[in-house]
Design a binder for this molecule. Structure first.
Ligand SMILES: O=C(O)CCC(=O)C(=O)O
Ligand SMILES: [Fe+2]
Length: 293
């Protein structure tokens, strides 16, 4: 076999598997199953998930820390736009963004014109060639499978990977008053007709065995910003079933929601409704409670 390269795509795939809660062993096994040389696979894992591997060694000696009861957690700082002086617009660094809707519980804010049409088009074309059907590793067998709940195709950019991503990341950091280094790289998803993302929570489930490990890198997710890169012809709303809210996917607009704890009580259950006609493209930015390096 010729020398195998550790590509950014491979590193991104490893991070996706880890953030989906799969153990390093399962991820490694999936790589070996799909033809990676063990030496290359291990090196890729180490480079990508040093903290992850350190935690695995530690986890063999100690049980993961107990999660405090949801009620016992104290209020923590969250990403939040500055809407105090004006309810209709917010200055997001280099761009003025419209505020179209705010909801207190769950905290949801819909923004208008976060990205220009040109920025949306450029982001779609940068992501286009790198889209792959979102795969996850089956925890029981360690093999890869297509996740039926998520029929979109996706890719991750590294943070600051290109000038456009860097500009958008700075804008989002200013918009939500949340440090740039507390954000994951932008994820781009494309839904074709019939594709959907069934209702889910974006925080890492404390009941999953892999979660304690995943949290070593940046801690919990505390906020999500979904930016619409195009306007599907029909379907594709972002839905919040607990509060019966549907957000229309409109090019350049974005929906933000935050969650102070990893618990359904946040009412941040949400999904991408099936696309009926045309395609739907989104860029998702997840915000962590700590530095995501
Ligand atoms: O496509 C959508 O509207 C929602 C996307 C989403 O939930 C996510 O990326 O986590
Ligand atoms: Fe989500």
């Amino acid at each position: 076999m010729s020398a195998q390269q550790i590509t950014p795509q491979l590193r991104q795939w490893i991070i996706e598997q880890a953030t989906a809660g799969h153990t390093p062993d399962a991820v490694l096994q999936a790589m070996l199953d799909s033809g990676w040389q063990e030496e290359v696979a291990v090196q890729a894992m180490e480079q990508t998930l040093e903290a992850h591997l350190r935690e695995r060694a530690r986890a063999q000696q100690q049980q993961p820390a107990e999660q405090p009861a949801a009620e016992a957690q104290v209020a923590k700082a969250l990403p939040e736009p500055d809407l105090e002086t004006s309810p209709s617009v917010v200055q997001a660094g280099d761009r003025e963004v419209r505020v179209l809707l705010t909801m207190r519980d769950p905290r949801v804010v819909v923004f208008g014109g976060l990205l220009s049409d040109d920025e949306c088009d450029e982001l779609m074309s940068l992501a286009g060639g790198r889209l792959a059907r979102s795969e996850t590793v089956k925890t029981d067998t360690g093999t890869s499978e297509i996740n039926a709940a998520r029929t979109s195709e996706g890719m991750f950019f590294q943070r600051g990977e290109n000038p456009l991503c860097a500009r958008i990341e700075e804008r989002i950091a200013a918009l939500l008053r949340w440090p740039l280094d507390h954000g994951e790289g932008l994820q781009v998803l494309r839904y074709r007709p019939g594709a959907e993302y069934k209702p889910h929570y974006d925080y890492f489930d404390p009941a999953q065995p892999g979660t304690a490990t995943v949290l070593r890198r940046g801690g919990q997710r505390v906020g999500t910003l979904v930016v619409y890169l195009n306007t599907p012809v029909k379907g594709g709303a972002t839905t919040f079933p607990d509060v019966k809210l549907d957000v229309a996917p409109i090019k350049g607009n974005a929906v933000f929601f935050s969650y102070d704890r990893a618990h359904p009580a946040t009412r941040t259950l949400h999904g991408g409704a099936p696309v009926i006609e045309g395609e739907k493209w989104v860029a998702t930015k997840w915000l962590r409670e700590g530095r995501f390096e």
